[in-house]
Design a protein around this ligand. Structure first.
Ligand SMILES: [Zn+2]
Length: 354
């Protein structure tokens, strides 16, 4: 009796499930391995292909048709080797819904450059959001290079995401990503990260929100809920905007964390720094960052979930001595961000807190 219970618990711990866009596929002697959801998903002869719940989706009939860019929903168990052996899987074509298309259009970035005669900052406009672009071409170039380095292999993706990384003057230490691929990194974020690897984690997390189409998925989730309640769906624009600025549903945030560790490790950064960064946020939950990084509610469980998986599977066997934590360039450029801005930011935060 007792032994049975232990087995049950162990199995529960090993369970993994989720929905994700396939980012890569590899043929291995054990079977096809899909890189999706920040996890290597092993497809074997024992994997059962099922139909997705939503009937309107164009689903796959044969496992051989699995390929990058498709959506998969899976359920499986972690193996000792650090793979998720998939028991059940459904997959469908990731076609661009008209409403999703309009979401991309809505968040097309526009750069407002002041006329030559007038001095003034360049302003980035994304829908109703306006950001002052930090006037430091070298830092902009640095961040753009860092961001592009973190992109997954098929970064253009089905939707032709056009990634663009920009540092904007904003006190709140966070970064945000818009559906089309614009990632804004607030100057305040440089105050919160200890090194380049942590900055890489924060940016990679935002990239994952884009590649995994989280804005659209958040929209669908709330739309369904509202329809069930027979409520009008007019407020959905607000819900998407609020998710972009303050955070998505928990499972989407966790997916972004997992993928961020994956992206950073692949780009040669030590993923343990990503965990340290999350821990910092957790420790500060009562203080500064609760207010600042509002995107990320419930750090405790979030860190734990990611930590467990990381320690157990994801980072096994990484060549840690070869991974990067920091660069001299990061320190130099960070120092250049006008001190006054950061100080003003911190002051404002303290005021809000009181
Ligand atoms: Zn997020």
């Amino acid at each position: 009796m007792r032994a049975e219970r232990i087995v049950l618990l162990t199995d529960l711990e090993r369970e993994a499930e989720g929905t994700a866009v396939i980012e890569e596929e590899r043929d291995t002697p054990e079977g096809i391995v899909l890189i999706a959801d920040g996890r290597p998903l092993l497809i074997t002869e024992g994997t059962q292909l099922t139909r997705p719940k939503r009937e309107e989706l164009e689903s796959l009939d044969r496992l051989e048709e699995l390929q990058t860019g498709l959506f998969v929903q899976y359920r499986g168990l972690w193996t000792e080797a650090g793979l998720v052996e998939v028991k059940e899987l459904s997959a469908w074509t990731n076609s661009l819904d008209e409403r999703e298309g309009s979401l991309y259009e809505k968040y097309q970035p526009v750069m407002l450059v002041p006329p030559e005669a007038e001095a003034g900052p360049v302003v980035l406009k994304v829908d109703k959001n306006r950001y002052t672009v930090l006037d430091d071409p070298e830092l902009q170039l640095y961040v753009d290079r860092l961001g592009k380095q973190l992109l997954p292999n098929d970064s253009a993706g089905r939707l032709g995401h056009n990634f663009w990384f920009l540092v904007v003057v904003h006190e709140r230490p966070q970064a945000s990503a818009f559906p089309g691929g614009v990632v804004v990194i607030h100057t305040g974020l440089f105050e919160l990260v200890d090194n380049e690897a942590q900055l890489a984690f924060a940016i990679a997390h935002e990239i994952a929100h884009v590649t995994q189409e989280h804005a659209w998925r958040e929209y669908l989730y709330h739309r369904k809920k509202l329809l069930v309640l027979r409520w009008a769906t007019a407020g959905l624009g607000y819900i998407v905007e609020s998710a972009i600025q303050r955070g998505y549903q928990r499972d989407l945030e966790e997916q972004a964390d997992r993928l961020a560790l994956w992206y950073m490790a692949r780009a040669g950064y030590d993923p343990r720094e990503g965990i340290r960064f999350l821990r910092r946020l957790q420790e500060n939950q009562q203080g500064l960052s609760a207010l600042l990084w509002q995107t990320h509610r419930s750090y405790g469980s979030r860190v734990e979930a990611v930590m467990n998986e990381l320690v157990r599977y994801s980072v096994q066997g990484l060549p840690y001595e070869l991974l990067t934590r920091d660069s001299p360039e990061f320190a130099v450029l960070r120092e250049r961000i006008p001190r006054a801005q950061i100080d003003a930011a911190v002051e404002q935060i303290v005021e809000q807190e009181q």
